[in-house]
Every structure is written in C-alpha cells, then in structure tokens.
Design a protein around this ligand. Structure first.
Ligand code: GMT
Length: 374
C-alpha cells in the first residue's frame, strides 16, 4: 500500500504513535509518506520505503493567523497526486481530519481514502471547544474510517459530538524489543544514589497532566523513604513546577531531565511511575513504563483503566487525591517483592495486549477496509 501519514511532529503521544506506526509499516514493505510541519522527533529513516514531506506555511502581512490547515491540505494533495497515495492516515482530528477531507475533495477524480485516528485532547479539550466543535465533527463523520486509542475515548467522542459514526479501538503500542535492549544500560539508576528509590514522571507539562500533584505525591514519599523524582519532558507548566519545588524546599531531590526521545533510557531500573492526569485517553507513557517492568500509579480516568490494572501492575486512584497516591507509592516502595511482582505482571500484560506487530496489523486491516480490499 502507499500510505500518507500526517501528524504533529512534537514529543506528544499522537506524534510518537504516528511516527512509530510509519516506521513499522515501512519495515513491513508499505511505502509511507510522512507529512508534517517539522521532522517528527522519533522519525529515523530505517529503509527506502519511508519519506518525509514538510508542510510550509507562508507568512504574509495580511495573515495574523497563517492558515496551516490549508497548507496541510495542499501538501496532502501534492503528495497524493505525485506519489499516487492510496490513503492518508491523519493523527489528531484538529485540523488534520478536515485538511484530509478537503484534500480528498480537491483530488477528485483521483481517489484518496481518509483514515482518522483520535488521540484524546483533540476530542476532550480542543474538539470540544465550541470554536472547533463543528469542524471537528465534520472531519470525523466525513472520514472513511475512524479509530480511537481507547474504548473510553470512543465513547466520549460519540457522546460529546453526538455522532453514531463507527469508531474502531486501536490502542497505543510498544516494541517489546526496544525495552528489552534498554535493560543492558544503566537507565534511571544513572541519576540516583544506590539507596534512593527512583520515581519517574514523563509528560508534556500541560495543565491536564497535573505535574504539581506529581511533586506533592513525591514530597510525601520523600519524607518517609530516601528517594529521587526524575521529571522527563517539557512544556508550559514547567516554570510553575520548578517554582513549586523551590518553595517546598524539595529541589535537591528532583531532577528535571527535559525532553528525551527514547524514554526507556530513564524508565529501565526505575521503581515507580506517576501519572496523576486530569484526563488521559490512553496514557502512552504509562504503557512504556509497564513495558520496562515499572509499576504505575495513575488516576482512574479516561482510558487509563484499559492500560493500568489496579492491584496487579499498579494502582488507580481519584484525580487530585495526592494522599492516596502517596500511600500507594509508599506501599509499593516498602515491599520489594510486591513491586517486582507488579513490574513483571505489567510487562507480561503489555507484551500480550499492546505488542507493536499486533496493533500495526490492526491498522492494516482498517486500511484494507477503507480501500474495500477485504
Ligand atoms: O498527552 C498529551 O497531552 C499529548 C497527546 C497527543 O495527542 O499528542 O496525547 C494523547 O495521545 C496519546 C497517544 O494516543 C495518548 O496516549 C494520551 O493519553 C493522549 N493524551 C491525553 O488524552 C491527555
């Protein structure tokens, strides 16, 4: 198949899933054209089937807001026409689905199927905003196939947008080998002294991630157990979080690592992963932690219960309940056997349910359905 993939190129989960998918499809023999406004952070040109096309958004004095959606639609048309794409798979509904539907119209009579994957905030935050609601709904209902990364997101989409469009759940995935290979390295232990327990949080530091709760949970843990918090990622809340660490006098026990393309480098060897999000359609970072045998303490929201199994590979607690999350953390950190048992169970669960090969095959089936090949 000749497949176009459009995504956000940043460290966000949707861009990571799209990029890993593009590389896996290309390794499996499909021709893949990635279309984005910058080179995605994880994209490596593993073979000759993988191509990258940049969306250039010209600036004219008239435009206070340069129309990225139109530049993207135009680039999809160009690539589809000259590379003879069978389909375009867009990740994140806003504005990508609308740009793809527009491109399909412009290309006629050349056919181009549109597959849209919903990742979460495109529905729960952005798409739900009255300023985007109608166009988000339009992009989704006019797509030829729609997938969502969890059953929770599928339900939220159908309810919030009031649509009956069939949506297939295709979850996030991991390449188990990558996490196996990382075990040969020092991983998280590089940052800690031998007696310190290591807690990790990875995110884009947006308000929805509640990173201040991470610090609050850690503060309670640190009072009881020698420990260090490794914060990976960057984003708008980081200055506030740094200030909060200074105000609470806990800075000496917190390491801000910043963005890291290969997260297994900090997950392997960690003792606990914290994800106290306000909402989370899936929680790719939690999946990556589990695949490195790191138990997860997260909030019981959105798609997280589809990833983290309460009492088996982690704990799920109410949003904002930092006391309960700190208590669960102390329970796990105080019992090495339990922590190891949870870690092994987590790895088994994700290898069984979220293996890259199985999930990429699910996407291929969606593509075949869109193209009427089945
Ligand atoms: O987590 C973010 O805020 C980034 C966002 C994105 O679209 O890049 O992530 C969303 O997509 C990921 C990949 O499907 C999911 O694993 C995340 O749970 C989801 N984030 C939220 O729903 C907040």
């Amino acid at each position: 198949m000749k497949i176009g993939i459009s995504c956000y190129p940043t460290f966000g989960g949707s861009g990571i899933v799209a990029t890993e998918l593009a590389m896996a499809l290309a390794s499996g023999g499909d021709e893949v054209h990635v279309i984005s406004y910058a080179l995605p952070s994880r994209l490596s040109f593993i073979n000759a089937n993988l191509f990258y096309h940049e969306v250039v958004v010209p600036h004219y004095p008239l435009f206070e807001y340069p129309p990225y959606s139109l530049a993207l639609a135009t680039q999809i048309v160009e690539v589809a026409r000259h590379q003879r794409l069978d389909l375009i798979h867009v990740h994140y509904a806003v504005p990508n689905a609308v740009s793809a539907v527009l491109a399909r119209e412009m290309l006629q009579p050349q056919p181009l199927k549109v597959v849209t994957t919903l990742h979460g905030t495109d529905i729960t935050l952005v798409g739900n905003d009255p300023n985007y609601l109608e166009t988000t709904r339009f992009g989704i209902v006019r797509s030829d196939e729609v997938t969502a990364v969890s059953a929770a997101l599928r339900e939220a989409t159908q309810k919030q947008l009031g649509i009956g469009t069939p949506i297939e759940v295709v979850p996030n995935f991991i390449d188990p080998d990558r996490f196996e290979l990382a075990k040969a390295q020092n991983g998280a232990r590089r940052w800690g002294t031998p007696e310190e327990k290591l807690l990790v949080h990875i995110s884009n530091f947006r308000p929805v991630k509640r990173v201040l709760d991470v610090v609050e949970i850690f503060h309670r843990v640190h009072r009881e157990v020698p420990s260090r918090l490794l914060l990976v990622g960057d984003g708008p809340e980081r200055p506030k979080v740094e200030q909060h660490c200074r105000d609470s006098g806990i800075c000496h026990a917190i390491t801000f690592i910043g963005n890291l393309p290969l997260v297994e480098e900090v997950l392997v060897g960690a003792d606990l992963f914290l994800l106290p999000s306000e909402t989370e359609s899936f929680g790719l970072a939690a999946l990556e932690a589990l695949s490195c045998e790191v138990p997860v303490i997260a909030t019981a929201v959105g798609g997280l219960p589809e990833v983290v199994r309460h009492g088996e590979n982690g704990f799920l607690l109410p949003v904002g309940d930092v006391e309960a999350m700190a208590k669960a953390a102390l329970e796990l950190l105080g019992d090495d056997d339990m922590r190891r048992r949870f870690g092994r169970a987590g790895r088994r669960w994700v290898v069984d349910q979220f293996d890259q090969q199985t999930i990429v095959e699910k996407y291929r089936r969606v593509y075949r359905r869109a193209l009427d090949l089945d």
